[in-house]
Write a protein that binds this ligand. Structure first.
Ligand code: FAD
Length: 317
């Protein structure tokens, strides 16, 4: 069975959920091989978890350069593995870094790039949500080893037995003049909550929340559900919530099991970032708000009455 390379997304030895989703999708195409590019010692921490989601092999590319630079080491390692292993496909998370890795890799190896897929069929056909979610497009690469970037939250990760035998891979030395060095990392605000693009529940607030202080209503519901907090651009531009939590065309793309929109009208640019959520609940006092067109459940009402009641009810269970 052909190998399928999966670029592992991890932070400090903790595997991000999107990696398990990629391994689940990779099993439809062939035998998943996880590719760990990071600091020395990383693979030892993540190997068992990768095996539990079906990685038959773990390629280990560890060095200070691999940990110290964005994008470049990952592209170098994946390009050399494509040459060695002739995989059926390369799967990369459609994160900010992953999108750049996939684009550069496709150019490097002369392959087709399938960008921001939300599903992959066994024959390699990918599904994409395009034009702000207005259309679903199917695509297939006709050139080389397909490089597929996959949106987080697209599938439910499924466990499977894997051998996870380790194979060491060299990381070429990075030319500092041509690469982006990581100079430091800082925990994000609200660090106890799950990361927005990884969370299975997202509760977002819009302009209807009306102030930064009022966002505690959104946060309380998110915390009761163990979810992440998001915001519309209008809420961010009004200074109610930091930009890193913006959902939409010019913010993050999320695809959680449950998305709750509080005081958000549902403009096309917001929908572009949340439309593929599995279940959408909207609370809006305007019954004509466009968000109700895509909501599975809607409450026409005042969010300051509805959200605290929801929070209380969830807290009782
Ligand atoms: P509004 O449209 O003002 O809606 C507020 C809603 O709250 C209304 O429907 C109102 O009925 C309701 N409401 C008010 N008070 C209450 C209450 N007490 N209880 C219940 N409901 C209440 N937007 C994004 O979100 N993300 C993006 O990434 C993004 N990118 C953009 C890129 C471009 C190029 C452009 C042009 C725009 C972009 N926008 C984006 C902006 C987008 O067009 C909308 O302006 C924005 O999404 C509106 O945010 P909102 O729904 O919070 O505000």
């Amino acid at each position: 069975m052909a190998e399928v390379l999966v670029l592992v997304d991890e932070l400090d030895g903790e595997v991000k959920k999107v990696t398990y989703e990629l391994l689940t999708l990779a099993r439809r195409l062939g035998e998943p091989s996880a590719v760990v590019v990071g600091a020395p010692g990383t693979a030892g921490k993540v190997k068992d978890a990768l095996g539990a989601y079906g990685a038959a092999k773990v390629y280990v590319a560890e060095s200070d350069d691999a940990a110290g630079y964005l994008v470049t080491p990952k592209v170098d390692v994946l390009a050399s593995l494509v040459e060695q292993a002739s995989p059926a496909a390369v799967l990369v998370p459609a994160s900010a870094e992953g999108k750049e890795v996939s684009g550069r890799l496709a150019i490097r190896i002369g392959s087709g790039l399938l960008y921001d897929a939300v599903d992959i069929d066994a024959d390699g056909t990918t599904t994409h949500s395009v034009f702000g979610g207005a259309y679903t497009a199917k695509a297939k690469s006709g050139k080389g080893v397909p490089v597929i970037s996959v949106r987080a939250g697209s599938v439910e990760p499924e466990q499977a037995d894997g051998g996870a035998a380790e194979t060491a891979v060299d990381v070429p030395a990075v030319d500092a003049a041509k690469a982006t060095r990581i100079t430091g990392t800082e925990p994000v605000v609200g660090g106890d909550r799950p990361e927005l693009t990884e969370a299975s529940v997202v509760v977002s607030g819009g302009r209807g929340v009306a102030s930064a202080e009022n966002f505690n209503v959104v946060e309380a519901l998110a915390d009761a559900l163990g979810g992440a907090v998001g915001a519309s651009r209008a809420a961010v531009d009004s200074g109610y919530y930091p930009h890193q939590f913006q959902v939409g065309q010019t913010g993050k793309t999320v695809s959680p099991q449950l998305y709750i929109a509080l005081g958000i009208s549902g403009a096309i640019q917001h929908r572009a970032g949340m439309q593929t959520s599995k279940t959408i609940i909207a609370v809006n006092k305007d019954g004509e708000a466009p968000i109700f067109e895509i909501a599975d459940f809607g409450v026409v009402g005042d969010l300051f009455q509805v959200a605290p009641q929801l929070t209380d009810e969830v807290g009782k269970r």
